[in-house]
Design a protein around this ligand. Structure first.
Ligand code: ATP
Length: 231
């Protein structure tokens, strides 16, 4: 599986529809500062479901990614990015040789995701990408400053990065989740034991009270049987 094509239209500086065809080799995008190289990375991150505008180098609403116009052009009504993945090796668990993932955002905030041109939820896309290593959080996308961040991290933080890259982090997270649930169950069991202990203390006095009540009833019945009215 590899990334075959990136298409963008109305996303950030891509007012016109752009199509970037990539081969199964190494591709590089070069250009002067501010020409939009990082916008390509943002586009990939965005289509994979990025929800934080800050991660896309914006500071307002998500609609900021829509082309905002220039001196010579009107703004765009929507932003759209499509990734086409070659899936001939069926690395992605889908019965298609080619998989396209599309995200579209309108100015009114309406956001849509498509998988092979069929409207889907973001969850459907994340589920497919989860084990493939192309989820938005994976280290397939290393943006500017990230390498420095990795190198300057504390050893424990660096370890998390390696664990995530090697795919073991998700098992670690699942283990943590399972241990948390186990802890909660232990707490519940302790509470139940407390209740049992409390009720057990009441059992003996109640047993004595019951015996007394039975004895009273018996004596009372006898008294009623032997009773002969005087009239
Ligand atoms: P650098 O080398 O500094 O990383 P770059 O080549 O990666 O630069 P980008 O940062 O990707 O360039 O692109 C920035 C350009 O994108 C700027 O000219 C900016 O005005 C433009 N831009 C960003 N968002 C929008 C938007 N919503 N509408 C129009 N233009 C935008």
């Amino acid at each position: 599986m590899y990334l075959k094509t990136i298409r963008a239209h109305g996303f950030k500086s891509f007012a016109d529809k752009i199509v970037i065809d990539l081969s199964n080799n190494i591709s590089g995008i070069v250009g002067p500062n501010g020409s939009g190289k990082s916008n390509v990375v943002d586009a990939v991150r965005w289509v994979l479901g990025e929800q934080s505008i800050k991660s896309l180098r914006g500071d307002g609403a998500m609609t900021d990614v829509i082309f905002s116009g220039s001196n010579s052009r009107n703004s765009s009504g929507y932003a759209s990015v499509t990734l086409v993945l070659d899936n001939q090796d069926h690395f992605l668990p889908l019965d298609f040789n080619e998989v396209s993932i599309k995200r579209r955002l309108y100015k009114d905030g309406t956001n849509e995701y498509y998988l092979n041109n069929e409207k889907v939820r973001l969850k459907d896309i994340t589920n497919i990408l989860l084990d493939s290593g192309i989820a938005k959080e994976s280290f397939n996308i290393i943006s500017q400053g990230k390498i420095e961040e990795i190198l300057s991290n504390k050893p424990e933080e660096r370890r998390i990065i390696f664990e995530e890259a090697s795919g073991t982090l998700k098992y670690k997270r699942r283990k943590e989740e399972a241990l948390r649930k186990l802890d909660k169950t232990h707490d519940n069991m302790n509470r139940i034991n407390d209740i049992i202990n409390e009720l057990e203390v009441q059992v003996e006095p109640l047993r004595i009270q019951r015996e007394k009540a039975l004895e009273y009833n018996e004596l009372n019945n006898k008294k009623l049987k032997n009773f002969t009215p005087w009239w």
